[in-house]
Ligand binder design. Structure first.
Ligand code: FAD
Length: 469
């Protein structure tokens, strides 16, 4: 249904001058996705400052049958936050801390708060929120929940779904569903919050969340390791897990991903004189740090003697730790170039990662001879970010992006994996989501969607194909 002038008048009156904009210059940055792959349009940007205002916006849209696209920090990588004519509902003014209880290890915060600000709030209370990713300066709690974000510490702490105790959600009819509990144990019927986590704004608007906090890290150790192959990386991962309980990140980066980050991102340096096939970043946390550095050195020496690794460098200062992480966090920006490319966020059982990498490489070469592969990611949890880059002379039009993605996704699914490990479906992965998912699972999701949003006004273009109620 088109957005009517009457609806816009009603929304403007409800929100007041600070709570909305129709100015194209104000709205423009919210209409383009980070990789510039999707550009959108909207007649109206709503910027409510409270749950009551979100509820008023959603009620008015429901009464008018007008669709809504929720948006947080606009760092999503599958296009679900970019409107195509819907009302754009930004949570960017809802950043308040509602409660913090260090003795219960819990924090209640509004959905527009950035992840970086949540880190800061937790640290000030002597606690820690462990989710960590390169977009944390902009990504919001509502967006992280709606995409069930992962990041670099999943192997130790899990994804957003695992880190959430409760939610507050404005439903598609404008009612407020208050599930803001801070309990570890609560077996009272269906765990409704899980329906909204990972729903990408298709079932309601998340307005606040109760998050789990943890003890702060006293001692952190970060290492970069040079490896000749992905198989060696897998063996190193297994040996590391056997020797240390506190491995919190095991990230791998292929040579191409590092070369592009060094070439295209300021202040990023190659860690080794001769580029290895793979570099792994290992992070360990310990509560006291006693004797840990010695144990780590002994362990790495043994791997060098066994020729499992070809080199290793341990961060000796906070600045060096940050430089190692900066390398890892610059990889996405490093290959955000004009070169035609197909980006993937796939997962498989951890043990299959080397096989996945070589099968994906062979598939890409078959479809586009001369293509190069940028591969990096969270080997510790089986998630690989894999980009197929066109050879230099190939144009955007000639690059068979969809065919490549379909084939790479088929490789992942064939190995028991997923076409979307942590970014979601959005609009980017809809066709392959439908192609690779059990039809009964899709139908069950459509029934849930229809029950909660019968008019299909909540982010109607994301995730699900149109289908039976
Ligand atoms: C450089 C870079 C690195 C990244 N690294 C990682 C990574 O390691 N791991 C990872 O998981 N992701 C990563 N991402 C992806 C992205 O940061 C996450 O998907 C993040 O969770 C999106 O948060 P956001 O606030 O920007 O959401 P947006 O992009 O604004 O929205 C994402 C989706 O959530 C919906 N939504 C947003 N807010 C709400 C709300 N309050 N209620 C209901 N629906 C809502 C939107 O409609 C959209 O469908 C990365 C992105 C970039 C640019």
């Amino acid at each position: 249904m088109p957005v009517t002038p009457e609806l816009l008048d009603r929304l403007s009156a409800q929100l007041g001058p600070a709570g909305y904009s129709t100015d194209p210059d104000v709205i423009a940055p919210k209409l383009v996705e980070w990789r510039q792959r999707w550009r959108g349009h909207t007649p109206f940007l709503a910027r409510p400052s409270s749950t009551a205002e979100v509820a008023a916006v959603v009620s008015a849209c429901a009464a008018a049958g007008a669709a809504i696209t929720p948006q947080g920090g606009n760092t999503g990588l599958v296009g679900g936050q970019i409107p195509a004519g819907e009302i754009l509902l930004s949570l960017d003014r809802m950043t308040a801390v509602r409660a913090i209880d260090p003795n219960n290890d819990s924090l209640i915060v509004e959905a527009g708060a950035t992840l970086a600000s949540v880190h800061q709030i937790a640290a000030e209370a002597g606690r820690r929120f462990p989710l960590s990713l390169a977009s944390q300066g902009s990504a919001s709690i509502g967006g992280l929940l709606s995409t069930n974000a992962g990041g670099v510490h999943v192997m130790r702490f899990g994804m957003m779904r695992d880190l959430t105790l409760g939610l507050e959600v404005v439903l598609a009819d404008g009612q407020v569903l208050n599930l803001l509990r801070t309990l570890r144990k609560n077996n009272t019927g269906y765990d409704l919050k899980q329906a909204f986590i990972g729903a990408e704004g298709t079932l309601g608007v998340i307005t606040a969340a109760a998050l789990k906090l943890f003890a702060p890290v006293i001692s952190r150790h970060v290492v970069l390791v040079a490896l000749a192959s992905a198989d060696d990386a897998l063996t190193l991962l297994a040996r590391t897990k056997q020797s240390f309980e506190t491995l919190s990140a095991f990230e791998i980066m292929n040579a191409r991903s590092i070369a592009l980050a060094v070439a295209n991102v300021a202040n990023v340096k190659a860690p080794f004189d001769t580029a290895p096939a793979f570099t792994a970043l290992l992070e360990f946390e310990s509560l006291d740090g006693l004797g840990f550095a010695d144990r780590l050195e002994t362990f790495l020496d043994r791997q060098l003697q066994d020729r499992l690794i070809t080199d290793a460098v341990i961060a000796r200062s906070k600045a060096q730790e940050e430089a190692f992480w900066k390398l890892r966090e610059s990889l996405s920006a490093g290959h955000r170039t004009g070169t035609p490319q197909a980006n993937h966020d796939i997962s498989c059982p951890v043990s299959m990662t080397p096989a996945l990498l070589s099968a994906a490489h062979a598939t890409a070469q078959e479809l586009v001879p001369g293509a190069t592969i940028v591969a990096f990611g969270h080997m510790g949890d089986g998630n690989t970010h894999l980009t197929v880059m066109a050879p230099q002379e190939m144009s955007q039009d000639a690059f068979p992006r969809d065919a490549i993605s379909h084939s790479i996704h088929a490789v992942a699914v064939g190995m028991g994996g997923s076409i979307s490990a942590e970014h979601g479906i959005g609009v980017a992965r809809k066709a392959d989501f439908a192609a690779f998912t059990d039809p009964l699972a899709i139908e069950t999701m459509q029934r849930i969607k229809h029950a909660l949003d019968p008019q299909s006004i909540m982010n109607p273009r994301a995730i699900l194909p149109e289908g039976p109620a």
